[in-house]
Structure formats: structure tokens, C-alpha cells
Design a protein around this ligand. Structure first.
Ligand code: FES
Ligand SMILES: [Fe+2]
Length: 408
């Protein structure tokens, strides 16, 4: 395996070389060591594959993948790449199929990813065709291991990765279970093209320090402040995290006013209904952001529930796929509240449009600085869980997991 081209200054995770966000060789190595390595990658929701033949196309890293349900009720995933010349097998985002046929030369596949048909395999009128030695069983797209946890479908190219429950760990499992404890329905989707390396977005998700500093809406309308009750959980691997908080008006204090922050503004809303919601969890937690290494996010911001998938697109770009969820048992009022709160997050959301912008501020800011490093030292140098959120512990956790995969 080739050496990593970007050097870390030492064994810790408090200094992140800027070269990691722009070095083409690093980005290539990530495909093999992270995305096709011993990781579980989010593919889709079980709810998106309601019956035999339902399929979705997605990616694991940059690798195109088909995920579908066969007549045996099992979910299968395989590379969306024809065994013949490498064309995409399925072109649509989703659909229903009994089998797949490549549009280029009509080779066909069953729903488990086996090559079942080669057009004119025996030639035409005794001429041409494949040699007798060609065996269809020896050819086909690579298959992924598939695991379903709480309605989330994950795939892995690795035989070494432990079970998905073990990969997630108890604390993360509990926090997924908290949100995914009932049947869900997809109520909306967005795809965002971001002009920054995928790791900058994943770091942002795990960065509880920035949330109420960058996001004026969070702070001004008291949806999320560092002074609120909450915490950060980082699992043993460092790769998975949860940050959570509770709206607590009684705990309002002067710490934001004292810092003179841009995000603590006097703005008012003419229509405050976007802030209205309802209690659906009995633990008082109004915000829970959870990530699974490498690029999966499960979000509960008030009643806005979504999964996000972060996909690298090479050359300092990434794609962010949002899927917004409701519960199958929602009342019309609950569904309306979720759809309204959807305005908080997403490409043009009051809150997360800023996350979309800030990744590019970093990507542009670090141009010409491949030899310099970011400082990730808030809250110390460990990756331990914390009951305060003025910390970068889960960002350090990401780099711990990243280094473990990249240097393995
Ligand atoms: S590339 Fe698919 S059949 Fe030729
Ligand atoms: Fe943010």
C-alpha cells in the first residue's frame, strides 16, 4: 500500500494538516481505505425499498451502488457497474425492476447482482460470440455486505468490518433507536453540491462549538446555545458521535451578550410558526445530531427529522443528500409542523445554509497552505465524551477513526 502523502505532525488529533483537504492522492487513498475499507456506509432507508424489486441507486464513496429488495425479502447491494465495459447498470435514482439490463450491449443481471445474460453469447448464425471458456458466474459487479439497523440500510465492501451493532456501539445504537423507533415515511429530499472536501462537512456536523456561533437563527431564537443543558458522546472508535441539547428558557444567561457575538441578534420573526412544534420524545431533548463514520448523519432538530449522506466527489467537492422523515403515524398537524421546520435545515434553510457556505470559506482559505495545520484544541486533546459542548472532542474523534483507517 502506498504511503500517505500528507504528514501528520504527531500522534494526536489537535493539529489537522490542511493538505488532507486538497491532496488528490489522499482523496484516492480514502476511497480504498475508508469507503471500501472496514466501514459501514449508509445506503438508504428500508422504507425506500417497500416491496420485492424496489431499488435505489446510491454511492459508497465515489463508487456507484445499486441497493434493492429481492423476492426473498432480503436486501442486496452491488456495484452499479456492468461487468462488460463498465457502464452504469441502473440509470435512475429509484424504481422497480425484476432484473437489470445494461443499456449499452444488453448484458443482464438478477436482483442479487449476478450476471445472468450476455446478448448474443453464442454469436449470430454461428459466427462471433463469446469463447466457450467464458463463464458468467466468474464475472459480475462486486457485491457488498448489507446490514439493516433500525430501518437504516448500511453496506460494506469489507469482510473484516464487525457487525453493524458492534461498529456503532451501545450508546450510538440507543440514540439511533430513540429516533428510529417507529415506521418512517420520506417527506422530502434535497441534494446539495458543496464546493469543499467531504471531511470539512463531516467535521462541521460534529463541531458543537460552531453551532450557536455561526448560526444566528439558532442563537437568536434560542434553539441551541452552548449554555443549554446537553452533551457530546463520542464512541470508542472516535468515528461515531452524538451531540444533544435541551431548550431551557430558565437557563438563559448572559454568556452570549458578554461575548458580543454576531449570532446573538435582535432580529424578530413576523411569523413565528416555524418555531412551533410539539413534544414527541419524553426526554426533553430538542436537538440531537448523530454521525456514523464515515459520512452518515441522523438529525432531530425539534420536529425536523432527517438523514444526511455525505459523498466525496473528488477534487475538493462533495455531495450532501438530505432525506426528510415523518412518522407513519403522524397527524396532519404534526406533518405540517415537520414540513414547516424543514425550512430550518437544507440548502436554503435558515440554519444550515450557513454550513453549506462555511465549508467553501475553509476550502478557499486553505489554498496555498498545504504545509500548515488547523487547531482543534477546544476542550483539550482527548476524544472523550463530554457534558459540555464548548469542545471539539468529536471532531478529534473523527480524525482518530480516520487515521486508524488510513494508516492501517
Ligand atoms: S457495457 Fe454493459 S453490456 Fe456492454
Ligand atoms: Fe452548523
Amino acid at each position: 500500500m502506498s504511503e500517505q502523502t500528507t504528514r501528520w505532525p504527531g500522534p494526536g488529533y489537535t493539529r489537522i494538516p490542511y493538505g488532507l483537504y486538497s491532496d488528490p492522492q489522499t482523496q484516492q487513498q480514502e476511497q480504498e481505505r475508508v469507503f471500501r475499507g472496514a466501514t459501514w456506509n449508509y445506503l438508504c432507508l428500508e422504507a425506500e425499498l417497500p416491496e420485492a424489486g424496489s431499488y435505489r441507486t446510491t454511492h459508497v464513496g465515489e463508487t456507484p451502488v445499486i441497493v434493492n429488495k429481492d423476492a426473498d425479502g432480503e436486501i442486496y447491494a452491488f456495484e452499479n457497474r456492468c461487468a462488460h465495459r463498465g457502464a452504469l447498470i441502473a440509470l435512475d435514482k429509484s424504481g422497480k425492476a425484476d432484473s437489470f439490463q445494461c443499456v449499452y450491449h444488453a448484458w443482464s443481471y438478477d436482483l442479487q447482482g449476478n450476471l445472468t445474460g450476455v446478448a448474443f453469447e453464442k454469436g449470430v448464425k454461428g459466427k462471433g460470440g463469446m469463447p466457450d471458456s467464458f463463464c458468467k458466474e466468474d464475472h459480475g459487479p462486486r457485491k457488498l455486505r448489507v446490514a439493516v439497523y433500525c430501518g437504516l440500510v448500511f453496506g460494506s465492501f469489507s469482510d473484516d468490518v464487525p457487525s453493524v451493532e458492534e461498529y456503532l456501539g451501545d450508546e450510538i445504537c440507543q440514540r439511533i433507536e430513540r429516533v428510529m423507533n417507529r415506521p418512517v415515511e420520506v417527506i422530502g429530499r434535497f441534494t446539495q453540491a458543496l464546493p469543499n472536501d467531504w471531511k470539512l462537512y463531516v467535521e462541521n456536523v460534529r463541531d458543537s462549538y460552531h453551532a450557536s456561533l455561526l448560526h444566528l437563527f439558532f442563537t437568536t431564537f434560542e434553539l441551541n446555545r452552548l449554555s443549554q443543558k446537553g452533551g457530546v458522546i463520542v464512541d470508542e472508535s472516535g468515528g461515531n458521535h452524538v451531540s444533544y441539547s435541551m431548550i431551557d428558557k430558565a437557563a438563559a444567561d448572559a454568556s452570549y451578550k458578554e461575548q458580543g457575538l454576531r449570532s446573538d441578534a435582535d432580529h424578530k420573526l413576523k411569523d413565528t410558526t416555524v418555531l412551533e412544534g410539539f413534544e414527541e420524545f419524553d426526554d426533553g431533548i430538542t436537538l440531537q445530531i448523530l454521525s456514523v463514520f464515515p459520512g452518515f448523519v441522523l438529525q432531530q432538530i425539534k420536529n425536523c427529522i432527517a438523514v444526511r449522506q455525505v459523498l466525496p466527489k473528488g477534487d475538493g467537492r462533495c455531495e450532501l443528500n438530505w432525506t426528510y422523515l415523518g412518522y407513519a403515524g403522524d397527524t396532519p398537524q404534526q406533518r405540517k409542523a415537520r414540513l414547516k421546520q424543514l425550512n430550518l435545515v437544507g440548502p436554503a434553510g435558515f440554519i444550515s445554509m450557513e454550513d453549506g457556505a462555511v465549508g467553501s470559506f475553509v476550502q478557499r482559505g486553505i489554498a496555498g497552505a498545504a504545509d500548515l495545520q488547523a487547531i482543534v484544541e477546544m476542550g483539550g486533546d482527548t476524544t472523550a465524551s463530554s457534558d459540555g459542548r464548548a469542545t471539539e472532542t468529536s471532531v478529534r474523534g473523527f480524525w482518530k477513526a480516520y487515521r486508524n483507517h488510513m494508516e492501517a
